[in-house]
Design a protein around this ligand. Sequence first.
Ligand SMILES: Cc1cc2nc3c(=O)[nH]c(=O)nc-3n(C[C@H](O)[C@H](O)[C@H](O)COP(=O)(O)OP(=O)(O)OC[C@H]3O[C@@H](n4cnc5c(N)ncnc54)[C@H](O)[C@@H]3O)c2cc1C
Length: 491
Amino acid sequence: MKNETAAGRGGVNFSADENFARERETFGRTADGGKIASEETAFKDARKRVSAEKITVKVIGGGLAGSEAAYYLARAGIPTLLADMKPKKLTPAHRESNFGELVCSNSLKSNDVYANACGLLKEEMRILGSLTMEAADASAVPAGAALAVDREKFSAYITEKLRACPNLTILTEEVTALPDASEKCYTIVATGPLTADALAADISEKTGGGLYFYDASAPIVSAESIDMSAAFTGDRYGKGSGDYINCPLTKEEYYAFVDALLSAERADLHEFEKRDVFEGCMPVEIMASRGRDTLRFGTLKPVGLRDGEGARPYAVLQLRKENAAGTAYNLVGFQTNLKFPEQKRVFSMIPALKNAEFLRYGVMHRNTYIHSPDVLNRDFSVKNNERLYFAGQITGVEGYVESAASGLLAAVHLSDKIFGRPPRVFGNETVSGALENYISSPNKDFQPMNANFGILAPLPEKIRDKKERYRALAERALASVRRTAEEGKIQ
Ligand SMILES: Cc1cc2nc3c(=O)[nH]c(=O)nc-3n(C[C@H](O)[C@H](O)[C@H](O)COP(=O)(O)OP(=O)(O)OC[C@H]3O[C@@H](n4cnc5c(N)ncnc54)[C@H](O)[C@@H]3O)c2cc1C
């Protein structure tokens, strides 16, 4: 069954369950699409070989990338082990025992396929049968043009699917070293930006030194503590169904707030200032230090918002639902490294938050990644060890969706290798392929990368209008991924 996308755009998309059937359909074909054997026979032969040769894959880390990878491989019929140290040991950001845990925001960013590269990547993943997208679509909470989820439902969905999956064995285990090069089984390391210390040290030693940057998360407040007499609901430009709570500030309130933010005490100030911070996760106090008006043209911009009297406020903080029940809201764009009492003091200066109950304060974390251009091939395998793969944020893709996508892509490539099929290649005109290209192309100033239209191969023709250009890029990308998905290979 072909299903409509979450956004109802039609086209050929597959659920993760359909993936399994599709994997079978691509057996027994040559690179030019001709049949070399009956698909059923070729599939059985390949599985027999996997079984006879006792081929297994061990996926280390059951976050976004690892869950995608393990599910895809196991569904393809490859015996797969998924090892995560949770719940015995937790990273500083993980709190739960479930797989696919979202450690910070509950937003998977834009769901707009034709205007946003992350929206486009989501659609590419849906076409490939992504478990993450299936879980996100099943646990979505209203969030305007963004795809935000009830984080508990989201990770419970992923966990249930993994636990019920044939060919998949789940282990609770902290892995402390990379496998030997002589190791027969395949391994995908998807231990994320907060990889536990022993393994991180081993990876660093064997891949020529780990890199890191710092990343911050935003606080969450309880819904009942928001003063709605000083706030109004609505989405920017009226898009969506009034999902955000908007907390306006007058000119005087705005500058008083910025001044307090600038003088507030930061945690680990000394340590932090020596480090690089990823631009997309910049703490609000650092943004404010770039100029007193920076926030009202950025995180606190009022454009497209009108209060109850139809007036545009001077500045607005938006709050987004954290869960389907709407009992908790996060402060959009307010990732911070302020000390906890300072967060309460300063953020409570926003009138609607004057009595806010902080359910969780924002925190700043180390974020580790390898120098992928030196270490990885385009298919996420390690250059000097074809049985070892990396996936997720540790490869230098940045973001929930990008991390999950890399797990899915690594699994697609590894399944082709194990089954001896022509490798599927995602071109640079797709977000998937462009991210693969980014992490594996020579780059001495390698930095983590979000999905964005700038990394896609340019269109052959010049389209000046940005909206039209993005649409043309998206249409080309989707056609390309669909071809790959349906044909089973490209070249
Ligand atoms: C604090 C923080 C906040 C972030 N906020 C956002 C955000 O709001 N939005 C966004 O798009 N991205 C965010 N990111 C970036 C990134 O998208 C997430 O970290 C994402 O979860 C990465 O996915 P992953 O699968 O690579 O790793 P993870 O989801 O972190 O999964 C890694 C898994 O590996 C396990 N593990 C670690 N070491 C070992 C070991 N040695 N043995 C066994 N298991 C191990 C962990 O328990 C974990 O389950 C944030 C990152 C951090 C660190």
